[in-house]
Design a protein. Structure first.
Length: 323
């Protein structure tokens, strides 16, 4: 395999709609990736591409500015004007004379552009970057902007596949629902943002060597994860708990702080008391590459979290199994 040909960074073949009267461009692009990585569909007219695009959206739209029925910029705006397709990445192919005057990129909804004559290595890497950027944006948690489920699973599976030792921590907030019910989603989101920043800063402070393993993700809601080397895991847990417990009471009103939590009445008239929010952390270890797939870690963590939640206070449990 030619070393200049890009490996595939994606879990499935990326479907690319190529809208151009330039058939040579298709030939150039098809030779830039390993077989099975990219699937190109060529359209010479924007109208033909639109008919297919709205029925079966591709992973990327690559369009020439000069088309027989509309400009590439008009095609991009037409596609992105539909809310459901706003996240579809679009690359615009331009000639150098197109850049004689400044473009108003606020009015042209594209994610990148390529110049003719095309430099194969640049085209290859900019297409890869655009696709990966779109995947990261879609996966990011909308509140914390931390990597979401897809990135968490990919990172974990990659470590498992390489039989690398690591510690995967699942962080969960206790009594968050009662807080959200009383104070509302806005203040609940403030707690989640505080927790996200706290975990990120803790991992960054403890793992100072950028070459050392570190990762923080947001599964969703009040569930977070971190990945560090096994020797770092306990220090990260202790620091998260100390910082969280020192900050969380500040999110309660003074009356609730005085009484030690939230008191509410359910629909049956029963008075219920909910203590201050706490954090439970379950840490799954992978010594000697014992895990076979990422799902095993989630299964082990579920059992560990139950044990951690037996304590009404913030706590952590580290998996001690070595086999």
């Amino acid at each position: 395999m030619d070393a200049r040909v890009s490996p595939c960074y994606f879990n499935h073949p990326q479907r690319v709609f190529l809208v151009t009267p330039d058939e040579d461009l298709l030939q150039l692009l098809e030779g830039l990736w390993w077989p099975g990585c990219m699937e190109f569909t060529l359209f010479s007219r924007a109208a033909d591409a639109l008919e297919q695009l709205f029925a079966q959206p591709p992973d990327l739209l690559l369009t020439d500015q000069r088309l027989p029925d509309m400009t590439g910029a008009q095609l991009a705006n037409l596609v992105k004007g539909e809310n459901v397709y706003r996240q579809l990445p679009v690359i615009l192919c331009l000639d150098h004379e197109d850049m004689e005057y400044p473009w108003d990129w606020n009015e042209v909804e594209v994610d990148d552009f390529l110049f003719r004559p095309f430099f194969p290595a640049e085209a290859r890497d900019r297409i890869n970057l655009t696709l990966l950027r779109a995947l990261r944006a879609l996966d990011a948690n909308p509140l914390s902007k931390l990597p979401g489920n897809t990135s968490i699973l990919q990172r974990t599976q990659d470590l498992v596949d390489r039989s690398e030792a690591f510690a995967l921590g699942y962080v969960d907030l206790d009594h968050f629902k009662s807080f959200n019910d009383k104070y509302g989603f806005s203040r609940g989101d403030e707690v989640l943002m505080m927790t996200a920043r706290l975990i990120v800063n803790t991992v960054r402070d403890i793992v100072r060597d950028k070459r050392e393993l570190s990762f923080v993700g947001h599964v969703g809601g009040d569930d977070f994860v971190f990945i560090v080397s096994e020797p770092r895991a306990e220090a990260v847990c202790l620091r998260i708990i100390e910082a969280f417990d020192g900050l969380v009471r500040g999110f309660y009103d003074q009356e609730d702080r005085k009484r030690g939590g939230i008191v509410s009445t359910d629909r049956q008239g029963n008075v219920q008391h909910f203590p201050f929010m706490a954090v439970s952390i379950a840490v799954v270890l992978n010594p000697s590459g014992k895990l076979r797939h990422a799902g095993e870690a989630a299964s082990i963590a579920a059992a560990l979290k139950k044990k951690a939640k037996e304590s009404p206070e913030s706590s952590y449990v580290i998996d001690q199994r070595r086999a």
